[in-house]
Design a protein around this ligand. Structure first.
Ligand code: HEM
Length: 407
């Protein structure tokens, strides 16, 4: 245990992060796991970094609540942002959560996801053709972020010429979830929810008049509900459509962006994937573990809990640090090593338990097709400048990655 690590753990405050932390949070996460795995922050909340503690929290919806009404009320006041986040599936507890999740999982069925594969391949190959013509590209804008927004657009069958604003709405709404937000971030997030709702009202209206195929069109399926008559209310429907886009956009963009940059940092692993393309499945899992695109989760203690000898009373907010748990040596041998064939790899990038990511099959499919086809087409791709990080703590990814596809 070095003095530096102890100091890092002692001074850690989620509301006052250093520029070095944004570049590389892992030394801090390691210091916390080793020295203060159940760390009390100056604002009275706790920050958890051990794998086993996260699993305990994820698996106990009774003691660790996902309902954010109390927490979001002072942060967002009576606003569109408040209504949106408190109606989203992820920020609710059973029984509301169980009912809405059943309807959403029914719509995101394996059949609906498998049916998306041909369109996904077409979309990705089209992007790769454009990249081949350009040579020098912006990896995030030209590739990683162009995929998920189209996939969710296809999922809800949003007409192509109406997809323009989706990405910025999503970024603005998620930006307002950062631990500390400016008045500008609040205003942008709030306006994005308002505009998105207005758009969805018209889309839902059109779909009610002219329903799509419920086997493939998630929006039609969500409008119609289940055969037993169970259905989302209008408010649940609109906010959870927004939530699907948000949940699936930046996270998947970052999986693709982080994955392709990480391969460049580990040329031997990149070469291994090129010569053994069958490793793509375990490679995607390792990318999810190593640079988890969603680094933080949150819960509120509703029944007093003891973790690591520390008692946390009801009413204590806790942050679950996925990025730290996914490098916990108690779960992952040699955790700092990026190994595209790592098995087993029970990472928590998608969480676990009742709220485990409802779109993980889709995210894995997008990641595998995007990265394997990019690599097959441009095996020698290289950085053409310094990548710029997104500057967020919750969603870890790059804003821009200048890249030469065919150096
Ligand atoms: C690499 C990409 C993705 C990552 C890393 C990711 C990560 C996560 C995590 C960690 C959670 C759990 C949140 C919690 O327990 O507090 C979650 C929930 C969720 N995700 Fe994902 N996600 C990804 C892609 C997607 C996609 C593509 C979709 C949909 C199209 C999606 C839809 C959802 C939904 C609906 C939930 C809420 C589930 C619930 O609360 O029951 N996600 N995701």
């Amino acid at each position: 245990m070095t003095g530096n690590a102890r100091e890092l753990a002692e001074s850690f405050d989620l509301e006052r992060l250093t520029p070095e932390f944004y570049v590389n949070p892992y030394p801090t996460y390691r210091a916390l796991r080793d020295n203060a795995p159940v760390k009390r922050l100056p604002n009275g909340s706790y920050f958890l970094t051990r794998y086993d503690d996260l699993v305990t929290a994820y698996k106990s919806t009774k003691a660790f609540s996902s309902d954010k009404k109390k927490e979001f009320s002072p942060k967002y006041g009576d606003s569109f942002l408040y209504e949106h986040h408190t109606t989203s599936l992820v920020f609710n507890d059973p029984p509301a959560h169980t009912r809405v999740r059943r309807l959403i999982m029914g719509a995101l069925s394996p059949r609906a996801i498998a049916a998306m594969e041909p369109d996904l391949i077409r979309l990705i190959d089209g992007l790769l053709d454009a990249i081949a013509a350009k040579g020098k590209i912006e990896l995030i804008e030209d590739f990683a972020s162009a995929i998920p927004v189209e996939v969710i657009g296809n999922l809800l069958d949003v007409p192509h010429d109406e997809r323009g604003p989706l990405r910025d709405w999503s970024l603005a709404i998620l930006g307002a979830l950062e631990p500390v937000i400016s008045s500008g971030q609040f205003a942008r997030g709030n306006k994005a929810v308002k505009d998105f709702l207005a758009y969805l009202e018209t889309l839902v209206e059109r779909r009610r008049t002219k329903p799509g195929n419920p086997e493939r069109d998630v929006l039609t399926r969500l409008i119609q509900g289940e055969e037993n008559g169970e259905r989302l209310t209008e408010k649940e429907l609109l906010h959870n459509c927004i939530f699907l886009l948000n949940a699936g956009h930046e996270t998947t963009t970052n999986l693709i962006g982080n994955g392709l940059v990480t391969l460049l940092l580990y040329p031997e692993e990149k070469q291994r994937l090129i010569s053994q393309p069958d490793l793509i499945k375990t490679a995607i899992e390792e990318m999810l573990r190593y640079e988890s695109s969603n680094q933080l989760g949150n819960r509120m203690i509703v029944d007093e809990v003891e973790l690591g000898g520390i008692r946390m009373p009801a009413g204590t907010p806790v942050t679950l640090c996925i990025g730290a748990a996914n490098r916990d040596p108690a779960q992952f041998p040699d955790p700092e090593r990026f190994d595209i064939a790592r098995t087993p790899n029970r990472h928590l990038a998608f969480g676990t338990g009742a709220h485990q990511c409802a779109g993980m099959a889709l995210a894995r499919l997008e990641g595998a097709i995007a990265i394997s086809r990019f690599l097959a087409r441009f095996p020698n791709y290289a950085l053409a400048g310094e990548p710029t990080r997104g500057g967020r703590v919750r969603f870890r990814g790059y804003l821009s990655v200048p890249c030469d596809a065919n150096p």
